[in-house]
Design a protein around this ligand. Sequence first.
Ligand code: IPE
Ligand code: IPE
Ligand code: MG
Length: 248
Amino acid sequence: MESFRDRIDNNKVPKHVAIIMDGNGRWAERHGKVRVVGHEHGVDSVRSVVEGAGEIGVEHLTLYAFSTENWDRPKSEVQALMELLVHAIEAETDSLMENNVRLDAIGDLEHMPSHVLDKLNSCRNRLQENTGLNLNLALSYSGQWDILNAAKKLAQDLADRKTNVEAIDYDLFSNYLSTSHMPNPELLIRTSGEYRISNFLLWQIAYSELYFTPKLWPDFRKDDLFEAIVDYQNRERRFGKTREQLTR
Ligand code: IPE
Ligand code: IPE
Ligand code: MG
């Protein structure tokens, strides 16, 4: 049978794919392990998906790695996730370099531990001349934080008379969001069978196609990404118009 990779229309590859990587804890539980082992296996999935996204020419891949709400998990799990992030960045930078990947992060990064930020920044700097996939990690991120933060910065610019109320439109507001330098995701994927957004990109997914899979994140591989993209390519995106208007 033809693989999902072969069924992808290269002319209709989404420029931006966002993923809510969920189900690490349940994966661990099913394997009789502690939660952090699930997170560790999740790194293999990230590696595979980053490779796959690069192969088919996705320009931006945004991965929800840690939400604002995740700070409320047990301290030991938060700490383990932060250390895992540091180790994963250390271990993966060489292969990201080989794959021509750039790295960036969005979120309330001031709340991240400084040694994690240092690691992130040094990796980002090393990869900054690359020209392939832009890998964007959402860390200490929430969609409501993003919108609130944008509103605050805009309010400051209004107070400083750098802009005026009449100038505020969708484009101007978007420029204050953490994703200002990328298009909105055409496709949002969530693993683990949960049907919710969990405060991920809110403004940016206004017209994204949503794809839910019961697969737990540590079981997700590039082939699952390709399957999601084939599904996405078979949808009709109407943006409020009628079908007749689209074919004209
Ligand atoms: C996703 O897996 C990883 C993070 C949220 C950091 P979970 O840890 O949420 O796994 P489940 O949902 O409990 O299975
Ligand atoms: C969403 O997953 C956050 C990340 C994947 C980083 P959660 O497991 O935290 O979300 P809920 O609790 O199911 O809404
Ligand atoms: Mg979860």
